[in-house]
Design a binder for this molecule. Structure first.
Ligand SMILES: [Zn+2]
Length: 233
């Protein structure tokens, strides 16, 4: 249930019946030929679908994240870690204040993962709450299926190319890009990163069949639902 379709009375009632809430975490950043909002679109869509399946409230996704290495690409929005940590902490405070105690974050962007220590800091201040930070694409079953199709799969490659992240009228290169050296990338400022990675794909073909992508999506949904139901401690 998207909370954009709920009023505060209904949210109050919901939090008294079930203390779980879902928050998608995205990013707005270059994704080669795919939408710059790819991480936001995927996290929000997954949240909406599992939230509807389990009748759990889904808050609007955070569209911006930490992407300092992509700032030379037009359209990329980069939040400083201090900004992002403060933003997430305030949102978690507000979810707690609303009565929710089990907070499920569906993260669509690897660059947001450094927020985990901040989540621990927040939990230390709210010891009766629980937070799961679920990096949906990297979860074992989902990534396992990706690797079965191809081990050459990374940022902005086929593994993020779903019918809802590709752009109408944009044709994709018909090739498999060689995997990039991530350790080299980590040494570079954004201007050099842009020169090194070219179109922005980190490695892999640009597209696979919709049948395969929908299969991956189904696995991601199942894996996410299982954590929402049984992943709490
Ligand atoms: Zn992405």
């Amino acid at each position: 249930m998207l909370i954009q379709n709920m009023n505060w009375f209904q949210i109050e009632h919901q939090s008294q019946q079930d203390d779980r809430a879902i928050l998608p975490l995205g990013s707005t950043e270059q994704h080669a030929w795919l939408s710059v909002c790819t991480d936001h679109i995927l996290a929000s869509r997954l949240a909406k679908e599992v939230g509807e399946q389990l009748s759990l409230p889904v808050f609007p996704g955070l569209p911006f994240g930490m992407a300092p290495y992509f700032t030379a690409f037009p359209g990329t929005i980069n939040l400083q870690p201090a900004t992002y940590n403060a933003l997430l902490s305030d949102v978690l405070d507000s979810l707690y204040q609303s009565g929710f105690r089990r907070l499920f974050l569906i993260n669509g962007h690897g660059g947001n993962s450094p927020v985990q220590p901040q989540i621990h800091n927040w939990l230390n201040r709210h010891p009766d709450a629980r937070v799961q930070l679920h990096n949906w694409w990297a979860a074992p079953e989902t990534m396992g299926q990706v690797r079965q199709y191809s081990t050459n799969a990374s940022h902005a490659s086929w593994m993020e190319n779903f019918p809802w992240t590709r752009l109408a009228g944009v044709s994709l290169p018909d090739e498999e890009k060689a995997v990039l050296h991530i350790a080299r990338l980590a040494q570079l400022p954004a201007s050099e990163v842009k020169k090194y990675i070219g179109d922005g794909n980190y490695g892999g073909a640009y597209q696979r069949s919709d049948e395969e992508m929908l299969h991956i999506w189904d696995i991601a949904k199942r894996e996410t639902v299982a954590l929402l139901e049984n992943g709490w401690v």
